[in-house]
Design a protein around this ligand. Structure first.
Ligand code: 4AD
Ligand code: MG
Length: 452
């Protein structure tokens, strides 16, 4: 027999063929003359229906058990499934005691419940759909950049710089007997990267359009629904960028292009979320796709917050950082659609942000994209390309030696440039309507939790 994945068997291309399918049992329905099984192997949300004579029934055929079925593919009389497998042999490869297995047949377990079993939750429909969507969204991001002439750069995971200057670093040192007291492994303190931006800036100085998509790390102590200690970031850096609008265009295009791809390629999996897990969210997604993302300045945002009747926990004076509650209010105020906020106070932004010298208040040419349900999805800026301004700021912070190589980029062929980073898990939360970031990553890491 030909070995087939469930998705291949369901395609109908092998009708009549003698095939072998391996997977996990999702349901068992014994009847007088027959037993019906649903078998899945992660290749599609829809399981393959297996029909067998009652003599092939086995008490070990339980929800969650692993099986191998051989037989022939037939056109199914049922509308819901195009194809079924008429079995002549069923072998239980791995038993699964239904009493101990945390997931029960026919029960729709919530995301919060299945999160307790990080080693088993991929066996549920919801989480297997999530993983397929996540994989397809990754492809979508790469396709967008490829189609738009960007070169992918593998920026390092271990680095000696703190790009964001927020001090949320994990330090990297070897463990074990090779540790030498008072000596750094790399001779300097080294950390897990918080952002690939500075390395992208190096390469954008020769390649114009570059991007990276990889894990980033932050020693965030928060237990929030939108922060992880390890998350994936999509970052782009573009030379000859003269205005924030050049950046917002790429951010909006990438968001829409990736989302369109996911909606078109993961119809069943996305439907599972939009119909059952996060019902009603499809309308929000459709509205986002139709909207032309509005742009407001930080100063306008602060005005909107101060004019509202909402009681905020955190202050909203000019110069204050925008918190999640503020971001969510702004998104609602703008019609529950994504909104760009630009020109933040200079002092709130890292050393690399470009000084808006022509503004009445001291602002930086930075931009955040805020989205429904999540708040900040992307952060970006024009970078300070003027040597005198950049070296003055670094000197003020006592960082001119640390970043002498970064200043070199302004000495040798400096050009106006800018870029942004998108939090990939927050992106998935946004398009699927998932409230907790821990439910959109296979193995979440956050403070006090590093399971598996
Ligand atoms: O706004 P951030 O800190 O920007 C940067 O790191 C820039 N250097 C990026 C760049 O310009 N190349 O982070 C970018 C995005 C945020 O908007 C947020 O979506 C996500 O990364 N993010 C997190 N996601 C999950 N958990 C965390 N702890 C996150 N911190 C940031
Ligand atoms: Mg940010």
């Amino acid at each position: 027999p030909t070995k087939l994945r469930v998705s291949q068997a369901l395609s109908g291309a092998d009708l009549g063929a003698n095939v072998k399918v391996q997977g996990w049992v999702r349901s068992v329905r014994p009847q007088k003359a027959n037993v019906f099984l649903h078998v899945n192997d992660g290749s599609s949300l829809q399981p393959l229906q297996v029909v067998a004579g009652a003599e092939l029934n086995d008490p070990l055929l339980t929800f969650g058990s692993a099986v191998e079925v051989t037989g022939s593919l037939k056109k199914s009389p049922h509308k819901k499934q195009p194809v079924e497998l008429e079995a002549d042999q069923i072998t239980v490869i791995g038993e699964c005691n239904p009493v101990d297995f945390p997931f029960k047949i026919k029960e729709r377990h919530g995301l919060e419940y299945i999160r307790q079993f990080p080693h088993l939750r991929c066996r549920t429909n919801a989480f297997s759909s999530l993983l397929r969507i996540r994989s397809e969204a990754t492809t979508a991001v790469h396709s967008y950049f490829r189609e738009n002439d960007f070169v992918q750069i593998h920026t390092p995971i271990i680095t000696s710089n703190d790009c964001e200057g927020a001090g949320e670093l994990f330090q990297v040192e070897p463990s074990g007997p090779e540790i030498v007291e008072d000596e750094y492994f790399f001779s300097v303190p080294a950390f897990l990267t918080v952002s690939g931006q500075l390395h992208l800036e190096v390469i954008s100085g020769a390649f114009s359009r570059v991007y990276t998509f990889g894990p980033t790390f932050r020693a965030e102590n928060s237990q929030s629904r939108r922060h992880l200690a390890e998350f994936y970031m999509v970052e782009a850096e573009i030379s000859f960028t003269e205005s924030i609008e050049d950046l917002t265009k790429v951010m909006e295009d990438m968001f829409k292009s990736a989302t369109e791809h996911v909606l078109a390629h993961c119809v069943e999996d996305v439907d599972l979320f939009h119909k059952h897990v996060t019902p009603g969210h499809r309308d929000t997604v459709d509205a986002m796709m139709k909207s032309s993302f509005p742009v407001i300045t930080y100063t306008e945002a602060v005005d909107i917050l101060n004019r509202s009747s909402e009681k905020f926990t955190f202050p909203t004076d000019w110069g204050c950082d925008l918190k999640t509650e503020h971001e969510k209010y702004l998104v609602k105020h703008c019609g529950n659609a994504p909104v760009f906020v630009t020109d933040y106070p200079y002092d709130l932004k890292p050393f690399y942000a470009r000084d808006n010298q022509d503004h009445p208040e001291r602002t930086a040419a930075a931009v955040d994209l805020l989205v429904p349900g999540v708040g900040e999805l992307c952060g970006g800026s024009l970078r300070e390309e003027r040597l005198d301004l950049l070296s003055a700021r670094l000197e003020e912070a006592g960082l001119e030696d640390t970043y002498s190589w970064y200043l070199d980029l302004r000495r040798f062929g400096s050009v106006p440039h800018g870029g942004f980073g998108l939090g990939f898990e927050r992106y998935l939360q946004c398009i699927l309507g998932v409230d907790n970031i821990k439910d959109v990553i296979p193995f979440p890491r956050f403070s006090h939790s590093c399971l598996l």
